[in-house]
Design a protein around this ligand. Structure first.
Ligand code: NAP
Length: 280
């Protein structure tokens, strides 16, 4: 597996596995165990997904050397603030059954993210976390966090797929040494993405699938991708992307699909800020 090197020297796999909306704990544990067997080593969960415990069980069941597994979890909005972050972190670690976490992300740019960041910087210095970062931060929010703190985020995990390519955010993150990570690489199936004629054409040309073309396009941009699937054959399909390359014609056809708009919701919409801010 190819790695990216984060701004503090920590290595992170370029391709990983996400478990959002896998709420059945037995299914989550089975999926993560299968993902390890397929070869995935980066697992992306969050306190808000309510499946950290199942991820932890799968990690123990797999019995891989700890330094071969890269685990990300995230701090929910209701737990922002210095004290609450320390408590939420301890709870996540208990659920996961880990002593050291590889990557801890502030899940949303809301609430007392400055108090949270102070706690996270401390946990980093204490050696409880190897890297800290954020998710769903727009460049201005990220810059504000960087300017007023010692440690710059190592990662920003944002919605990124062919219909929302995030070219400007990508340039900003690259310029500032923050690793771009994609969530929702398949837009969760929206836009009938797997049957999009342009993507199907590219896939047919390379003898690959649409899912493989999308993931290849992300990793060629040096964006970490964490596709989710509960089906073993799709996990394997999504993992087999390192034996072909997209050409300029393919890249131009994908570039033309960009709507430059979220396929889900606008993180700056006050209704969304309120809704997510009140979710437990
Ligand atoms: P996604 O990976 O874009 O799409 C998942 C969907 O695609 C599932 O319905 C899955 O179905 C299907 N699928 C997977 N592989 C496929 C293939 N090869 N062919 C056809 N269908 C396929 O969506 P996501 O889960 O939202 O995003 C990925 C990860 O990003 C999440 O699991 C989570 O870890 C993270 N995330 C983070 C945030 C955030 O705010 N930070 C938000 C959303 C997601 P099956 O499972 O039935 O195969």
């Amino acid at each position: 597996m190819k790695d990216v090197v984060l701004n503090n020297g920590v290595k992170m796999p370029l391709l990983g596995f996400g478990v959002y909306q896998v709420t059945d704990l037995a299914e989550c544990q089975r999926s993560v165990e299968e993902a390890f067997r397929v070869g995935y080593r980066l697992i992306d969960t969050a306190a808000a997904y309510r499946n950290e415990e199942a991820v932890g069980r799968a990690i123990r069941q797999a019995g891989l050397p700890r330094d071969e597994v890269f685990v990300t979890t995230k701090l929910w909005v209701a737990d922002t603030g210095y004290e609450k972050t320390r408590r939420a972190f301890d709870l996540s670690m208990k659920q996961l059954g880990l002593d050291v976490l590889d990557l801890y992300l502030i899940h949303q740019p809301y609430g007392d993210v400055y108090g949270s960041w102070r706690a996270m910087q401390e946990l980093l210095r204490e050696g409880r976390i190897r890297a800290i970062g954020v998710s769903n931060f727009q460049p201005d929010r990220l810059m504000d966090l960087m300017v007023h703190n010692e440690v710059a985020p190592a990662v920003n995990q944002i919605e990124t797929h062919p219909f929302h390519q995030q070219a400007e955010a990508h340039a900003f993150l690259t310029d500032n040494g923050v690793q771009h990570e994609s969530w929702g690489p398949f837009a969760e199936g929206k836009h009938d993405i797997f049957r999009n004629p342009q993507l199907v054409n590219i896939a047919t040309k390379h003898g690959k699938t649409v899912a493989q073309v999308i993931l290849r396009w992300l990793v060629e941009r040096n964006i970490v991708a964490i596709p989710k699937s509960v089906r073993r054959e799709r996990m394997a399909e999504n993992f087999a992307i390192f034996d072909f390359a997209l050409d300029d014609e393919d890249k131009a056809a994908i570039a033309a699909l960009d709507t430059k708009t979220s396929s889900f919701f606008d993180h700056r919409d006050p209704k969304i800020v309120k809704w997510l801010g009140q979710r437990k």
